[in-house]
Design a protein around this ligand. Structure first.
Ligand SMILES: Nc1ncnc2c1ncn2[C@@H]1O[C@H](COP(=O)(O)OP(=O)(O)O)[C@@H](O)[C@H]1O
Ligand SMILES: [Mg+2]
Length: 220
């Protein structure tokens, strides 16, 4: 299975999501490979920290660029799960990955301004549908949600996306969401996931609900 984490916006949580999903699945016993296409190499740097601290399970990280579709398919034959962590400007890499992925997660910050940046993802889905007759299965993952339940911005954002005809068709909102939490920041710096960093924390429950959603989608 191939999961793509991509959004042309930077700082929305692509790397954070890719790493936390990867570790969650590795802890469940899957052989996981993270494919880092971003020249910033955040996932690669995280893995270096993880190896230096001898943290298990070990996560393989490799770098790919350009016309990488066939390489991704080959990687998916070797690993149980391949997660692509794309950089914002990696247009070729995003298109190549979107063509072959099983699921495209589009992390976005819980702000209305970010919604306008979904246009590029929407156009890519439509263009792929024209090319191969099938749009990639994509879902918007709302991240950095304010943890106070009285602050409803993320619900308003989800309603705005889900009430838009095209966005709801091609990029429906994922029922799992991630809140803004320090553990997402600190865990990565330590070469860990939030599951390892704070085993009883709320971020762990959020990542597990994302895993549950993905697993249920693919069990069906
Ligand atoms: N849910 C979250 N809560 C708090 N900080 C977050 C969260 N998600 C991401 N961050 C922080 O936001 C910054 C950008 O996240 P990152 O995953 O690197 O984004 P991207 O890969 O999309 O550029 C990082 O400092 C990261 O630690
Ligand atoms: Mg990144």
């Amino acid at each position: 299975m191939i999961i793509l984490c991509a959004n042309e916006k930077g700082g929305v949580g692509k790397t954070t999501t890719a790493i936390n999903l990867g570790v969650a699945y590795a802890l469940a016993g899957l052989e996981v490979c993270l494919v880092d296409t971003d020249i910033q190499g955040s996932a690669t740097a995280w893995q270096r920290e993880r190896s230096a601290a001898s943290i298990t399970p070990r996560i393989t990280v490799c770098n790919m660029n350009g016309r990488m579709g066939q390489d991704l398919i080959a990687m998916a034959n070797k690993f149980d799960l391949v997660i692509v962590d794309a950089g914002g400007r990696d247009a070729i890499e995003i298109r190549q990955s979107a063509l072959v992925c099983d699921l495209w997660l589009i992390p976005m910050a819980a702000s209305h301004v970010e919604m306008w940046a979904l246009k590029t993802a929407l156009e890519l889905c439509q263009s792929i549908e024209e090319q191969i007759g099938k749009a990639p299965r994509a879902t918007v993952l709302i991240n950095k949600v304010h943890p106070l339940p009285t602050i409803q911005d993320s619900n308003e954002l989800a309603d705005a996306i889900n009430s838009d005809e095209l966005l709801s068709k091609y990029l429906p909102v994922c029922p799992a969401r991630l809140c803004e939490r320090l553990s997402y920041v600190r865990s990565l710096g330590a070469g860990q996931s939030v599951i390892e960093y704070e085993p009883n924390g709320k971020a762990r429950a959020e990542i597990e609900s994302l895993v549950a959603y993905i697993s249920a989608e693919f069990a069906a």
